[in-house]
Design a binder for this molecule. Structure first.
Ligand code: MG
Length: 249
């Protein structure tokens, strides 16, 4: 037997052997049918899908209250189904708490540009009262990168600046995976943010470093366990919001 014959023999043997292994399986052996994913109506053009919790649909503030108080919201509801910050009236927060969610929120900074940097169209969406995704007019308006629109405030700059001009509606789609703490306030599981700004990925599964502080590093230990509401900031600017809904994760 020459070498060539041996090589061919081994090759054919392997071919038959592998066919025999594969023939032990059928296509349906690796098909998973149950559980079937829930069927939802995805909604048209950013309107809430059928399994969403609607926080604001333009009609009223029934899901909201003044931040840190038991009084009602004093912001403005506009004829076009949006709401606008009433500077000086303070932030607003949801009456209910939330855990890990997919949030959709649309926002608009004033068309008339006044001030610059952090003073232009500043607001913010705070998850569980602690972690701010910055809302800011970042269209041709330089500020510190980890404080511009779409930043996880003073933790991560957005991957790109996907801002539209002031006066135009913009969208955030945010996946928030809540951090978990033990009874002593020590972290058990870090939280994460994934954020799309006008459909563009700007935070990719970013690990939340702690509370988003204006001054000083993020606080990692949870000391006072504030209410886990969703809060929208009054930073003194006429920022508007509309079409706010989330899905529980
Ligand atoms: Mg802000």
């Amino acid at each position: 037997m020459n070498n060539r014959f041996i090589r061919n023999f081994i090759f054919i043997f392997c071919l038959i052997f592998s066919f025999k292994i594969n023939s032990q399986y059928k296509p349906e052996d690796t098909e998973v049918w149950n559980p079937e994913p829930n069927i939802i109506n995805p909604g048209k053009k950013n309107l809430p899908p059928s399994d969403a919790v609607i926080l604001f649909d333009g009609k009223d503030f029934s899901k909201w209250k003044a931040y840190g108080k038991n009084s009602s919201v004093e912001w403005t509801i506009n004829k076009d189904g949006s709401m606008t910050v009433f500077p000086g009236k303070g932030a607003i927060e949801t009456k209910e708490e939330h855990g890990s969610i997919q949030l959709h929120i649309e926002w608009k900074t004033p068309k008339k540009v006044i001030s610059s940097g952090q003073g232009r169209g500043n607001s913010g969406v705070y998850f569980q009262n602690r972690y701010e995704i910055q809302v800011l007019d970042s269209y041709k308006n330089r500020t510190y990168s980890n404080g511009q629109a779409g930043s996880i405030y003073k933790q991560y700059a957005p991957l790109v600046n996907a801002s539209r001009p002031p006066g135009e509606w913009q969208e955030y789609d945010i996946i928030f995976m809540e951090p978990l703490y033990d009874d002593n306030g020590e972290i058990l599981r870090v939280g994460r943010f994934t954020v799309f700004h006008n459909g563009i990925l700007i935070q990719n599964n970013a690990q939340i470093l702690g509370t988003t502080e204006y001054i000083g590093p993020p606080k990692t230990k949870m000391t006072n366990f504030p209410k886990k509401s969703l809060m929208i900031q009054d930073h003194g600017n006429l920022v508007s919001y509309r079409n706010i809904w989330y899905r529980k994760l």
